[in-house]
Design a protein around this ligand. Structure first.
Ligand SMILES: [Zn+2]
Length: 374
């Protein structure tokens, strides 16, 4: 750690100076101190931070660890991840950040690298995670790199390629019958009843510190100009909230002038944020192909809604048909992604139709997961 471990509850402000995976009140925790006010309002800032973006943004091969000064841990566990390509996507009148160009084929490696680096610092022997696939593969892979045992709770319906990705790096998949929520419940039972460390992409604040590097890289690649809007898939909000924290950190440091609008893309039938903003009817429908974001109760729902409020953002739900069409359009132009990832470009189209995004808005869309693992 760059400083002593300190955690603060996202709901009741209670603080902890020892690792615990959630507050006694049941809400998720954030880092209360650290290199920057990245994680929680009222965090202690650190005067030693670079005042110019060029200082940590050195011309090195450090990947996302180029931004180590903005991260809560040093790079203990790394596979050279980060600095994903930012490419033009004229057919969408946007730029795509190719987040599927990662060691395990998804942006979840950002969070896994920082989370397992923290686990290594804390001397963890055994980590657990629950996941529909990508986060599980990322945690399993970085646990292997760290020499830490991992058990990954997955739905019995998990895609075989994702299960294989977990098994082949020596982690143990634990298949659970029932809904995605049942999988989480079984994993939480294991955390509560044993000595396993919860490397959860939804709960663990280190994971969000990692996904914040999406914003750092993006702004660095754009010469420290934030786009007008960023459209991301939105389930637990792992990338959405990480991006928000990252952009906010850069704005607070004065490296960018303003926050981009954060626009979420949810799966119809699993769209609690769209429902909270626009009513239940707006979230109705069917989308079984965007399996990576089928989350009915996001752990950090209040934080997601606050991020939308602060950035003049939004969230909408996409039906299966729009995502299937969006996926085909991506393949035709050489973007070999997984179906969940297609919700975001499809949402951009809908946001434009509805006038939420203006014709001349400068928009970035992350393509979050590779088609090779589906
Ligand atoms: Zn609390």
């Amino acid at each position: 750690m760059h400083s002593a471990l300190a955690l603060r509850c996202s709901a009741c402000d209670r603080t902890y100076d020892k690792w615990t995976w959630r507050c006694d009140c049941g809400a998720p925790l954030n880092f209360a101190s650290g290199p920057v006010d990245a994680d929680a309002p009222g965090s202690d800032s650190n005067d030693s931070l670079p005042t110019e973006p060029s200082e940590p943004w050195a011309d090195t091969n450090a990947g996302l660890w180029s931004f180590e000064a903005l991260l809560p841990v040093d790079a203990h566990v790394s596979l050279g991840e980060g600095l994903t390509p930012l490419v033009g996507a004229p057919a969408w009148d946007a730029e795509f950040k190719l987040e599927y160009v990662f060691p395990t084929g998804s942006f979840k490696d950002r969070g896994a690298a920082v989370t397992l680096s923290l686990a290594d610092e804390l001397g963890v022997d055994r980590a657990v995670e629950d996941s529909s696939g990508n986060a599980g593969a990322a945690i399993a892979t970085y646990a292997a790199r760290a020499g830490i045992d991992a058990e990954i709770y997955v739905p019995t319906s998990v895609k075989p390629a994702k299960r294989r990705a977990i098994e082949q790096v020596g982690a143990t998949p634990v298949p659970i019958e029932g809904s995605r929520a049942d999988v989480t419940a079984a994993c939480v039972d294991a955390v509560e009843s044993g000595d396993a460390w919860y490397a959860s992409h939804a709960w663990n604040p280190a994971f969000l510190s990692g996904t914040a590097t999406f914003a750092y890289e993006l702004c660095a690649q754009r010469d420290w100009t934030a786009p007008d809007a960023v459209v991301t898939p939105l389930g637990h909000g792992t990338l959405f909230l990480g991006a928000y924290r990252g952009f906010r950190t850069l704005r607070d440091l004065g490296w960018i002038d303003r926050l981009p609008r954060l626009l979420g893309a949810q799966a119809a039938g699993y769209a609690p944020i769209a429902a909270a903003l626009h009513g239940d009817d707006a979230a109705d429908g069917d989308n079984e192909i965007a399996d990576g974001i089928q989350i009915r109760e996001p752990v950090r729902k209040d934080e997601i809604l606050a991020a939308i409020e602060e950035t003049d953002g939004d969230a909408i739900a996409l039906p299966e048909s729009a995502v299937a069409r969006g996926g085909d359009a991506l393949y035709e132009r050489g973007f070999y992604v997984e179906p969940t990832c297609a919700v975001a470009p499809a949402a951009l189209e809908l946001y434009r139709e509805r006038g939420v995004v203006a014709a001349d808005d400068d928009v970035v869309v992350p393509l979050t997961g590779s088609g090779l693992k589906t």
